[in-house]
Design a protein around this ligand. Structure first.
Ligand code: SF4
Length: 338
């Protein structure tokens, strides 16, 4: 008998369908648009992290409230040991239909086969430049770009489909590589998503001048390739969808700044230390770890999540320029996963 679940809707009538789980706030990169290398970061202590069993218990409860998709993020999730064990636990949860991972690709080539065998369905790899020197300066670490490319190719090799590529575009930094990165993905059949630079967290020195809009990105691509717009597969999809007509390959643009998609946002986030966040730009985390470790029943935890979601009215991207919103403190992206 299938999983019977409630359809929980928030104050903007959005159902709870997706959970993004940060399994660690640590990362082996220090990308300037997320965790700049010159910032002093206090990372979580190991004992503060939810165990894989605790995460699986929460996901089981969430699946009874309508969650069908899980995305594993970080920081850098591959920094957490034996991640395949978590994926195996999540794969056993009846209601969960989709398990995806977002990674910077470091060490991916070595780990992706185990992750796939444990039940990983899809993967998204961040690729912000194809130039070695620029790569090192953007991530603040001396890492060989070839290692990331090997990881991407190995992900294809083991049969993860689709393999998506996320490219944050920042004006004056990597916007001169839009065509090169598109060509790289076209040659390999990778589903590319360009991401407008966002004012996530409080550390990346964001301002509107540094944003290359979805329209600008599309103009650059359309001058070079035959492009066609595609309808969204699902109201909650974050990406504007297009395809390269000549090779029938999809690509997307995530335009949180110029074309907010809050009205379709069905995502809840869980930080590595057991707090729920109802928006990427939240300033408040809702502690569920003390319930878990305090012996609360599944029903208690379910009621906690229901109350949280029923009262949710986040739509930061629609309000980001408004007084009273733009200066609110925000959780750092590496604590809740992008
Ligand atoms: S800004 Fe918040 S509410 Fe809007 S789409 Fe992003 S996470 Fe969802």
């Amino acid at each position: 008998m299938g999983v019977r679940s409630l359809t929980l809707k928030d104050k903007l009538n959005r159902p709870l369908k997706d959970i993004r789980i940060s399994v660690t706030d640590r990362c082996n990169f220090r990308c300037f648009f997320c965790m700049p290398p010159d910032k002093d970061i206090q990372f979580l202590d190991r004992k503060e992290l939810l165990t894989y069993e605790e995460i699986a218990k929460l996901v089981k409860i969430l699946s009874q409230l309508g969650v069908r998709k899980v995305r594993i993020t970080g920081g850098e999730p591959l920094m957490r040991a034996h991640l395949e064990n978590l994926i195996a636990l999540l794969s056993d949860i009846e209601g969960i239909k989709d398990i995806a991972l977002t990674t910077n690709g470091y060490k991916l080539a070595q780990k992706v086969k185990d992750l796939k065998e444990a039940g990983l369905k899809r993967i998204t790899v961040s690729l912000i430049t194809l130039r070695q020197e620029r790569f090192v300066s953007m991530i603040g670490r001396n890492v060989d770009l070839e290692e990331i490319i090997e990881g991407i190719e190995e992900a294809k090799e083991v049969g993860l489909e689709p393999v998506k590529i996320n490219t944050v575009v920042v004006k004056g930094v990597n916007d001169d590589e839009i065509i090169d990165i598109a060509e790289f993905c076209r040659e390999r059949g990778l589903v590319l998503r360009f991401i407008e630079f966002m004012d996530v967290g409080t550390l990346n020195g964001w301002n509107m001048e540094k944003v290359v809009s979805a329209e600008e990105i599309l103009n650059i691509l359309s001058r070079k390739y035959p492009v066609e717009e595609l309808p969204k597969k699902d109201e909650s999809e974050t990406s504007l969808r297009f395809k390269f007509k000549d090779i029938n390959l999809e690509f997307g643009i995530i335009a949180s700044v110029t074309k907010p998609f809050c009205r379709g946002c069905t995502r809840l986030r869980l930080s590595a230390d057991g707090k729920f966040y109802t928006c990427l730009f939240s300033s408040v985390g809702h502690d569920v770890k003390s319930l878990l470790r305090g012996g609360a029943s599944e029903e208690d935890i379910k009621a906690f999540v229901e109350n949280l979601w029923l009262n949710r009215e986040d739509r930061y991207s629609e309000l980001r320029t408004q007084e009273g919103v733009k200066n609110l403190p925000k959780v750092e992206m590496f604590r809740v996963g992008g």
